[in-house]
Write a protein that binds this ligand. Structure first.
Ligand code: NAP
Length: 452
């Protein structure tokens, strides 16, 4: 090929931008990249997943921005693949496409009462407090307005995030970039008790120690653990003996179990061996029923038949994200990922020429941000190895896709548009003594990003 390779990356979260980085940070094969996102702004879960009070993790955006800064990389925001342009059409404009569109939905619990009013998905709560333009604002704000007792189901890092955000005082959240209406709604809650429920033991929990520790350092919340929950059975003891992260997690929880009352006004009850069985309520959540479990020889949860009912008015289901299919791409409906071999999309056992995946839609919703760098690099290595055999795009002129989008009335937000939004958020934050305040309204993002 005499021109540079043209690659589209669908999704501008960490996986997408790390893929663009790996494609343009090598010189063996010249590549130009369009990073396409359905939202008007880049960075995916760095903007709309990482908790706003985790400022150092959120600052990864500065590293990601350096990739979008490159001449060989172009950002096309506010363009939805599957709606504004099809997967088949992308092949017309690009020699290869890498799908990195993540896992936008939530896993289900599959228990009675899950859909009662007052039972919400952590993904929806996170979207709301991060200022996602598609946030279910009314649903979340009415769900958190009156409850005094809350159950958070799951003991992963997202459960830890939502617990911390719900338990923090306004002063502890003041210097985040949360939109003002989010800060106001959180400041107006009446929550006194949060029950964080793990269906297995502390030696099987998926949170990480640094994140876990923060729950024991909250200004207005004391953490309560029943010492019986940190008594280790032989299987858990073997896990702790061989896994340093699990050992540290257990150590943190054990220390909490020795704490006496502090007189703080709110309580966080961290519970293990507590499997949710049913959410009770007539029109609205009134309680959650949990079953005591023990651990089997494989580390799985086994019910004991001992039930307990905890009165709560809000249930936050934080049991993992779930990938969604995209029209025109194969999909594994059991694992909720796009089937692939080393990042090459596979359909009926055969690699689809010019189609690749990276990130959560490739391997499922796990790992920290850095995991995606290695993952995206592996996919890009496969793509570059395939480069000589790729079918060239029929219309590789970069302006061609812009013309098609314009003809369909799609106003793509460019990198310059994003820079205008970035500047506007910094100015909005400064007006309130903060570094930044997220603009949550899609129309406003588009207005600022398109300079209208
Ligand atoms: P996760 O780590 O997979 O945790 C899911 C939790 O839900 C587990 O405790 C799991 O328990 C539980 N669960 C699943 N199905 C359940 C059921 N039917 N009933 C009761 N509990 C159930 O997922 P996540 O918290 O959504 O996090 C996703 C990824 O993002 C993780 O890799 C996480 O580390 C990462 N993340 C990182 C940070 C950070 O670094 N600060 C912040 C947020 C997210 P079992 O183990 O028993 O299945």
């Amino acid at each position: 090929m005499t021109r540079s390779l043209r690659v589209a990356v669908v999704g501008s979260g960490p996986s997408g931008i790390y893929a663009a980085d790996a494609l343009t940070d090598q010189t063996a094969i010249p590549v130009t990249v369009d990073v396409i996102d359905m939202l008007p702004v880049p960075y995916g879960l760095v903007r709309y997943g990482v908790a706003p009070d985790h400022l150092s993790i959120r600052s990864v955006r500065n590293t990601l921005q350096k990739v979008l800064d490159r001449d060989s990389v172009r950002f096309l925001g506010n363009v939805e693949v599957g709606r504004d342009v099809s997967v088949a059409e992308l092949h017309h404009f690009y020699d290869a496409v890498i799908f990195t569109y993540g896992a936008a939905s939530d896993r289900r619990l599959g228990i009675p009462g899950e859909d009662l009013e007052g039972s919400i998905a952590a993904t929806d709560l996170v979207n709301w407090y991060c200022g996602h333009p598609n946030a279910k604002t009314d649903l979340i704000e009415s769900a958190i307005a009156t409850p005094t007792a809350v159950a958070v189901i799951g003991v992963g890092n997202v459960a830890v995030d939502v617990t911390r955000v719900l338990a923090k005082t306004p002063a502890e959240l003041e210097y985040t970039d949360m939109p003002q209406h989010v800060l106001d709604a959180l400041a107006a809650t009446h929550i006194t008790d949060v029950h964080l429920l793990g269906r297995r033991g502390p030696a099987q929990a998926s949170f990480t120690t640094k994140e876990l520790r923060e729950l024991g350092e909250l200004e207005a919340t004391e953490v309560i653990v029943n010492p019986i929950d940190v008594e280790l059975d032989p299987v858990s003891q073997a896990t702790v003996d061989s896994d340093r992260v699990m050992a540290r997690n257990v150590e943190v929880v054990r220390e909490w179990s020795t704490r006496g009352p502090t007189g703080k006004p709110q309580r966080l009850h961290v519970r293990f061996f507590a499997r949710p069985v049913e959410i009770l309520g007539t029109d609205h959540v009134e309680a959650i029923v949990i079953e005591r479990t023990t651990i089997d020889e494989n580390g799985g949860a086994v019910g004991t038949g001992v039930l307990e009912t905890i009165p709560v008015q809000l249930v936050v289901r934080s049991v993992g994200y779930r990938g969604l299919p995209l029209e025109g791409l194969p999909f594994d409906t059991e694992r909720h990922v796009v089937p692939n071999a080393d990042g090459r999309v596979v359909s009926d056992g055969v690699a689809v020429s010019g189609e690749y995946v990276a990130g959560w839609i490739k391997r499922g919703p796990s790992g920290i941000i850095g995991t995606n760098k290695k993952d995206a690099s592996a996919t890009v290595a496969a793509l570059l190895a395939d480069a000589p055999t790729l079918s060239p795009a029929a219309e590789p002129d970069p302006e061609a896709i812009s013309a098609l989008l314009a003809s369909r009335g799609v106003g793509a937000i460019t990198y310059q548009g994003w820079q205008a939004i970035d500047a506007a958020e910094i100015a909005l934050g400064a007006s309130r003594g903060r570094d930044r305040t997220t603009i949550h309204d899609r129309d406003e993002l588009i207005r600022v990003g398109s300079g209208s």
